[in-house]
Design a binder for this molecule. Structure first.
Ligand code: IMP
Ligand code: MG
Length: 338
């Protein structure tokens, strides 16, 4: 499977960062390319107790052998990018497209001072919506206009397509989640562009025939940050008791929560043409699964939940997260191939 896409199946924060970090260490990709909106997404992963966060670089950053690409559809905030390149020592393996749009101070101000965006939609305030609006108006500055990042520029779509054509291993990393899509989500409570698998591929310049697998990431329960509908939402107090209470990695806002939603999952699988499921945070739903790395060691109730999701959706759950640590993961890909 040379070209794999990862995509969020609910409202973002499904735990894509950890899944990508796991895949990158396990599968040793030649290239990991980030699609999606921009620094409004925060991907978190934990390696040997140390927590890392990326808002611009792909979550495959811990594998030093992987070239890290940012596609032309992604908005870049140069300071955040340069900081992450420094933090992860990634100067000689980071490349962004000449045509990435640039977020300026004015976009951040327009995102935070605008009542519609800030109060009614509940955006992250990172300037992505106003920057994409300027891009649609064809007045947004592009990466090639910014000297500070000149060193990192290349033709990302060319590079990634070459890599795929040469049978190298490529991972295309989505951000946000299906129901935050401007086209397929709960409009107007959505982000500023489409974020389903086709859009993520378009962001990095890869066409639909080059993709071998689409891994859709679902959390074992649903969360959403900001405004908009959330089916079967529970109260913050109930969420606290279940240990479902989470806080946004970019904004620190308290996330709202609800049980796993089978209807949403089915719709997301359809829109993304997903071929397999990664299920995260099983240990939050079933605490006695924490740290388990073999499927056969899972307790009965957890296995029942998994087979229920599989039979309802018709897709195999190939990767299961049982803890924050990257390696707290059950990988059934070999077993299921047989
Ligand atoms: P914006 O993307 O900052 O314009 O925010 C629009 C909506 O998408 C708000 O509800 C945000 O909370 C949500 N959102 C954007 N990016 C993410 C993400 O990475 N995770 C979760 N929610 C997000
Ligand atoms: Mg997040």
């Amino acid at each position: 499977m040379p070209c794999v896409v990862t995509v969020g199946g609910f409202y973002g924060d499904e735990g894509k960062g950890k899944i990508v970090a796991y895949l990158s260490l396990k599968d040793n990709f030649d290239i990991a390319a980030r699609g999606g909106v921009g620094p409004n997404a925060g991907h978190t992963f934990v390696q040997e107790g140390k927590e890392y966060k990326v808002r611009m670089l792909p979550s495959a950053v811990l594998n030093n052998n992987t070239r890290l690409l940012i596609g032309s559809g992604v908005l870049v905030e140069p300071n955040i990018l340069l900081n992450e390149i420094r933090t992860f020592n990634a100067t000689d393996r980071t490349y962004l497209d000449f045509q990435c749009g640039i977020i300026d101070k004015i976009h951040q101000e327009n995102d935070t001072n605008n009542e519609h965006l800030k109060e009614i939609i509940g955006t992250t305030g990172t300037g992505t919506g106003p920057a994409n609006a300027d891009r649609a108006l064809r007045k947004l500055k592009l990466a090639k206009d910014v000297p500070e990042i000149a060193l990192y520029l290349e033709d990302v779509s060319n590079s990634i397509n070459h890599s795929i054509d040469n049978n190298e291993k490529v991972l295309i990393e989505g951000t946000q989640g299906t129901f935050l899509s401007l086209f397929h989500g709960t409009y107007p409570f959505v982000t500023s562009k489409d974020v389903t698998s086709s859009a993520i591929c378009s962001d990095v310049g890869v066409g639909p025939k080059k993709v071998d697998d689409v891994i859709i990431v679902f959390k074992s329960y649903v969360t959403r940050v900001g405004e908009g509908p959330l089916n079967c939402e529970i109260t913050p107090e109930q969420a606290r008791q279940k240990n479902w209470l989470e806080f946004g990695s970019v904004t620190g806002r308290q996330r709202r929560s609800a049980p796993f939603d089978f209807d949403l999952a089915k719709k997301a699988i359809q829109i993304n043409s997903a071929t397999q499921i990664a299920l995260t945070k099983l240990d939050i739903l079933y605490p006695d699964t924490k740290g388990i790395r073999e499927f056969s060691k899972l307790p009965e109730d957890a296995r029942e939940f998994i087979s229920n999701v599989e039979s309802e959706t018709g897709l195999p759950i190939t990767i299961i997260g049982t803890g924050a640590e990257i390696m707290d993961t059950i990988d059934r890909r070999n077993e299921l191939e047989k």
